[in-house]
Write a protein that binds this ligand. Structure first.
Ligand code: ATP
Length: 470
């Protein structure tokens, strides 16, 4: 089989120059918008602050993140089952969980600039006056005393808007799992240690949403509650911190940009026996990507108390009886989405031209391969390229593109992170070979058209590590 290394446009030397890591949140926002990953929501009405809609590629990436999570948490194990609970639950659920009373942030208003801030995040906030400073930093800042602000969105169920009809949009998916504990125990015939996983929208009326998708009011959570005998809680807690950390490495995040930070006793929630944040070094600094908590028996005990239904594990013949402890890894797709885009974003110079490339893990990349006829006017090339595209799209998300110069088409694919491109050219018409171009190394090689499908499947299965340096 012919095999040769070509260059990006057929004429460029391979030596490309990595630029220093210059990624900023603005660059991520601008790329996301330019390439149709994410747009500001309700734009034709002037937008709704910190609310976003996902375009085609954004949806594909989100689907991939969700699928990889489900594989690791459910499909590749036999001790975790799924649930999909309602978004609006009985209001008593939120009393039992402590959210009505305690799911609050300290809110301060600035009488001068009229903005609102979280008192505990003043360090990370900017006041409304230019040049912007930290709230409270200048004598002009006139901050009120902090007051507690409940983050739950309230609504009403049914046509009457009175206090009896008040309900909440869930601020986390976890409670939908706890209230179904008994169903799963009985109907899925489980015994601890076992887990229940849920993926779905959660809503928080954040005081200061922002930093793109990092903090939004509507987000998709992926949570798993792992029920264990109390004596095994510590061991399982450590296990899940490690397992979740390794999942990020597996999907390409750089080790140097990830760390585990264990909360001190003063930082932990009232229910938590131990909590660790898996943090990522976002352009805004180290921030929580995912939380892993040992919630003890708090949730099951509280729901037992408030509902009157015993939520406990009773062994065969009633010999054993206890309220399991719960270990919870909880994350949103949004925070993973931003971390993966930030980690993947790269600018480099190739033959004195700059290219922007998303070096996404192939399992996360929205499109796995592009099929490109070198000359769009050549009906022979178009026919072959379309046939190859038809063949590949049965098993992968692949894209056919014939518009514009080949270099521009490669750049478009680079920007959305497509790991491979197959180009049909003159030689294809003679010997049925195509070039395969690799996104990261820019290496090109020829291979027979009939081998493309299996080669692509092989390449997508292989472990992948980012070529970006730390
Ligand atoms: P933070 O301190 O950043 O507000 P949190 O500790 O309140 O986060 P948790 O209640 O532990 O967050 O929620 C679990 C996970 O849900 C977080 O680790 C994060 O991945 C995600 N998450 C929470 N709030 C938001 C939000 N407003 N936007 C996007 N993702 C969120």
């Amino acid at each position: 089989m012919p095999s040769c290394v070509l260059t990006d446009s057929g004429a460029l030397p391979l030596g490309s120059r990595f630029m220093p890591d210059t990624v900023t949140m603005d660059k991520i926002v601008s790329l996301s918008r330019r390439r149709g990953f994410v747009f500001p929501s309700s734009e034709i009405y002037g937008g709704l602050g910190s609310t976003y809609d996902y375009g085609h590629y954004g949806v594909l990436v989100k689907n991939n993140i969700r699928s990889r999570w489900l594989e690791a948490m459910v499909y590749e194990r036999d001790d975790i089952v799924l649930i999909d609970s309602a978004i609006i639950l009985h209001p008593r659920v939120w009393e039992a969980s402590g959210h009505v009373e305690g799911f609050t942030d300290p809110l301060v208003d600035c009488r001068t600039c009229k903005l609102r801030f979280r008192e505990d995040k003043l360090e990370d906030s900017q006041c409304g006056r230019k040049p912007s400073k930290r709230p409270g930093e200048t004598p002009d800042c006139d901050l009120t005393e902090a007051r507690r602000f409940n983050l739950m969105f309230q609504t009403h169920v049914g046509p009457v808007e009175d206090s009896a009809s008040a309900a909440f949009l869930r601020p986390e998916t976890a409670q939908g799992i706890f209230i179904n504990f008994k169903n799963v125990l009985q109907l899925a015939r489980r015994r601890p240690p076992f887990g229940i996983a849920q993926v779905g929208k959660s809503f928080r009326n954040e005081i200061t949403p922002g930093n793109f998708l990092f903090r939004v009011r509507e987000f998709e959570q992926m949570e798993m509650e792992f029920f264990v005998p109390p004596a095994e809680a510590e061991e399982w807690y450590r296990y899940w911190v490690d397992a979740r950390h390794d999942w990020y490495l597996k999907y390409g995040l750089r080790r140097s940009r990830l760390r585990v930070r264990e909360h001190g006793p003063e930082e932990r929630s009232h229910y938590s026996q131990a909590t660790s944040d898996i943090e990522y070094d976002y352009p805004i600094g180290w921030q929580e990507l995912e939380g892993v908590a040992n919630r003890g028996d708090y949730d099951l005990s509280r729901h037992t108390e408030f509902s009157g239904t015993e939520l406990e594990y009773v062994g065969p013949e009633g010999a054993e009886r206890y309220v399991p402890y719960v270990i919870e890894p909880a994350v949103s797709i949004e925070r993973i989405f931003v971390a993966m885009l930030v980690d993947a974003y790269d600018e480099e110079e190739v033959a004195e031209r700059q290219r922007t490339v998303l070096r996404l893990h192939p399992a996360i990349a929205p499109v796995k391969a592009a099929v490109l006829p070198l000359i769009a006017k050549d009906s022979g090339m178009v026919e072959k390229a379309r046939a190859l595209h038809e063949e590949l799209r049965g098993s992968q998300v692949v894209e056919y593109d014939e518009s514009g110069a080949i270099g521009r088409r490669y750049r478009r694919q680079d920007e959305i992170g497509t790991p491979f491109a197959f180009t049909v050219d003159e030689q294809t018409l003679e010997d049925d070979t195509v070039t395969i171009r690799e996104r990261d190394s820019l290496a090109q090689e020829r291979l027979s058209i009939c081998q493309v499908a299996s080669r692509l499947a092989d390449m997508l299965r292989k472990p992948w590590t980012t070529p970006k340096s730390d």
